[in-house]
Design a protein around this ligand. Structure first.
Ligand SMILES: Cc1ncc(COP(=O)(O)O)c(C=O)c1O
Length: 403
């Protein structure tokens, strides 16, 4: 056994989160290259299935829908699911209850958050800033939100941001972790800079929620959105969420004021009156099957400390980098994820010209990461179910594949 294999075993043995892996549908950590489950390093795209979710979804379908039918809106708690599940996500992003609703996609929530933020700002603030390195959907939606509200849109990198704010800036949309490089941006400092400039801070938490502490309330974030199918393991297309800070909720003027956000939804009033609180972020009838699959999936967090998750995430990514440098000829792969812990999310991105082909070969060997155009290999490390032996083996296979 190599030194790194021995070290991986030791690290697994000392890992307080190791027992959480059995809550997921994944094989036991194994060194067998023929292992059918392989090594899953793509939880930053689609989280693995929590083992108890299929039975819970079957109950929702067979009993709640099949037997109780319409009664389930009330008796099975369907109607209140968006805010109830929002409160379940809240501690994972550092929010007190009553500030998050679940529903729609991240893209739709970006739209709600941006238009609402612009409507909260003074009229003479006629520009919207967007993260120039953002996941594309946020940029497309920001462009449309700016056009609809008659604001100018300016793209700036998070590093340029403090100097780019002006008295005309209404709101700024930033990604907490860069989807391509895995770079973690300084949410407390950037939020403070945005506030010092008199603007509102809107954060996209897709690549941070469930991977590291976010501290929305602590850092005074105004609005935030995120998906639930990555580190929150809600399943393919599971609904996203919208956070609106308590103090701003009365001023949250939704651009999509559907009947689910009405103060009296069953009053069927022809004129709109918004519900109080986070409920204003709701739109139409929620997608109950996905939503209740997510609610069940969130139970894997019971008893899990986010501090332990962050510590393990950094240990996993450090160990991966160490193994890659031992197993791969120098210069073959360029790491584009920052070395510094304060700047690292929970993924490692490695650049090489033939990344697309390399990823195909890795997947054929049971190591599942993903490829981002044009030359990035992305590996996501979900601390709830990735172990150190997985990491060592993935780096070893990578070394063989690129050789
Ligand atoms: C940062 C970020 N924002 C938004 C999205 C996608 O949004 P949606 O859930 O609307 O597809 C992703 C998807 O990976 C993402 O990484």
């Amino acid at each position: 056994m190599s030194d790194l294999t021995l070290l991986a075993e030791k690290l697994d043995a000392a890992d307080e989160l190791a027992p959480v892996r059995s809550r997921f549908v994944l094989g036991p950590a194994s060194d067998d290259p023929a292992d059918a489950e392989g090594i899953y390093l793509d939880g930053n795209s689609l989280g693995a299935l929590p083992a108890h979710v299929p039975d819970r979804v079957a109950d929702v379908v067979r009993r709640q829908w099949g037997e109780l039918r319409i009664r389930s809106w009330d008796e099975s708690g369907w109607w209140t699911a968006p805010e109830r599940i929002g409160d379940r996500i809240a501690p994972l992003v550092g929010a007190a209850p009553g500030q998050i609703v679940v529903g729609d996609s991240t893209s739709v929530n970006v739209f709600k958050a941006l238009v609402a933020a612009i409507r909260m700002a003074d009229d003479d603030r006629d520009e919207l800033l967007v993260d120039a390195t953002t996941f594309p959907t946020d940029g497309y939606i920001a462009e449309s939100a700016a056009r609809l509200t008659g604001r100018a849109l300016r793209a700036v990198t998070p590093t340029e941001l403090p100097g780019a704010l002006t008295g005309r800036t209404a709101a700024v949309l930033l990604n907490h972790v860069d989807y391509r490089t895995g770079r973690l941006h300084d949410l407390p400092a950037l939020t403070a800079a945005i506030h010092a400039g008199g603007a509102l801070a809107v954060w996209d938490l897709c690549h941070s929620a469930g991977a590291l502490p976010v501290g929305l309330d602590e850092h005074g974030v105004d609005l935030a959105v995120g998906c639930t199918y990555k580190y929150l393991n809600g399943g393919p297309g599971s609904p996203a969420y919208l956070y609106v800070r308590h103090e701003l909720q009365d001023r949250f003027d939704s651009p999509l004021p559907g009947w689910n956000s009405h103060a009296d939804p069953f009053g069927m009033d022809p004129s709109y009156a918004p519900a109080p609180g986070a409920l204003r972020g709701r739109v139409g009838t929620p997608d109950i099957l996905s939503m209740l699959a997510l609610e069940a999936a969130l139970e894997v967090w019971d008893g899990v400390s986010l501090a332990a998750v962050r510590a393990k995430s950094l240990a996993l990514t450090d160990f991966f980098l160490r193994c890659v440098s031992e197993y791969t000829e120098p210069g073959r792969l360029e790491c584009v994820t920052p070395e510094r812990h304060e700047e690292r999310g929970s993924q490692i991105a490695l650049r090489c010209a033939d990344a697309g082909e390399i990823m195909k070969r890795l997947i054929a060997r049971g190591v599942v990461g993903d490829f981002r155009h044009p030359d990035v290999l992305r590996f996501g490390f979900t601390p709830l179910y990735v172990g150190f032996r997985d990491v060592e083996r993935a780096a070893r296979v990578l070394g063989e594949v690129v050789a």
